[in-house]
Design a protein around this ligand. Sequence first.
Ligand SMILES: NC(=O)c1ccc[n+]([C@@H]2O[C@H](COP(=O)([O-])OP(=O)(O)OC[C@H]3O[C@@H](n4cnc5c(N)ncnc54)[C@H](OP(=O)(O)O)[C@@H]3O)[C@@H](O)[C@H]2O)c1
Length: 178
Amino acid sequence: MADVTSIQTSGSGPSPTPSKVWLITGASSGLGLALAQRALARGEHVIATARGDAPARFAELVASVSDGERARLRVMQLDVAAPYAEIAHVAQEAVAVWGRVDVVVCNAGVGGFRGVSEEFGRDVFLDHMRVNFLGAVNVINALLPQMRARRDGAVLIVGSRTAYRNEIAVRPVASCAR
Ligand SMILES: NC(=O)c1ccc[n+]([C@@H]2O[C@H](COP(=O)([O-])OP(=O)(O)OC[C@H]3O[C@@H](n4cnc5c(N)ncnc54)[C@H](OP(=O)(O)O)[C@@H]3O)[C@@H](O)[C@H]2O)c1
């Protein structure tokens, strides 16, 4: 079972909120972190997730936001390459925080490898498919039922234009996984 760690700044358990509840994967850096900050600044509720030690990885974010924003922020550990049962458990914990997840952002991804296709073995391709493709599929599947039940929700998948127009010949692995 995944080790889910939340930083709770006020209260706990489901409570209806007028703003949207976002869950963002890979939110400890880059675009995911920027999205988390922007959503908080807009008054949204954010469940920021990252693999590894989530409280440590989000310490800077937690310290940098206002008290009001901190009350709308939770952080959780989520490795999108984990088995589905672990992802489903984290999704359940996430839904329990504010009673729902309205927006899921599948941002976690890998893609830094550069080289021509034949230089990468099966393991590199599998790793990319596990994180970039199956990781997103599993997170979405784990959160879809509560969206279907409410007939409301949004799924955002951060991909790459190299998936349909590859201008970087030396990044075939990331391209195929998106
Ligand atoms: N920047 C670009 O030019 C570009 C272009 C095309 C697509 N993208 C895609 O855009 C998204 C955001 O990228 P970025 O530029 O903001 O780079 P980034 O800072 O490296 O963000 C990627 C995030 O994904 C996380 N991640 C990787 N594997 C994970 C896993 N198994 N479980 C959970 N989280 C995982 C990373 O966490 P760790 O720190 O633990 O590795 C990191 O926080 C990625 O999906 C990337 O593939 C970016």
